[in-house]
Design a binder for this molecule. Sequence first.
Ligand code: SF4
Length: 200
Amino acid sequence: MELLQEMEEKIAFSIEKLSQVSRVLKWQVSKKENLSPIQTQSLIYLRNHPEEFCSVNNLAKEFDLREATISEAIKTLEGKGYIVKQQKKEDRRVFILSLTPEGFKVADKVSTWSDLLLKHIRRLPSDRKERIMLCMMEVIKSLQKAEVIGRARMCLSCANFQRDVHPGLKKPHHCTLTDRPMASRDLSIDCINYRIREDS
Ligand code: SF4
């Protein structure tokens, strides 16, 4: 029991160390472009998500931040000419955010924040990476269930996901939306087709 506790503490410590690295790397690219970390995060998010995911309200939920905090960051990005806001036709209370061509250029630059981290992760053997990925996803799922994390849009908590329905095969899982079998390494995170599962 003692040993397990120590191992859990070491895992938590390692996650904290990696979070520190992420913060420093994001801060470095942000500083170069004269952006705050939230502005950088917003640009990257808008670059990587379809229009229907790009309202202030949605960004606040994604980042687990207050709408007022996001609105302030968006106002600055608009002022810099990186973002435009458009009223949604179906609901005029909602504004959809999109990147301008200049915004895309800056978003491309700051998206490189993770390159160094990825370089070191890529050095790990494939089977270990798969195990780490699954363990991380299980922890995120558990934190989601405990309502510590808002959104992650992962297969593990998706209503379209069927786990181990093809036992013994290389791709034992199944996504009912795409109707495709999946290996554990194929499991998605931040999937735009995610559908929340009632028991997740
Ligand atoms: S819809 Fe996306 S998150 Fe859901 S099971 Fe399929 S791939 Fe996974």
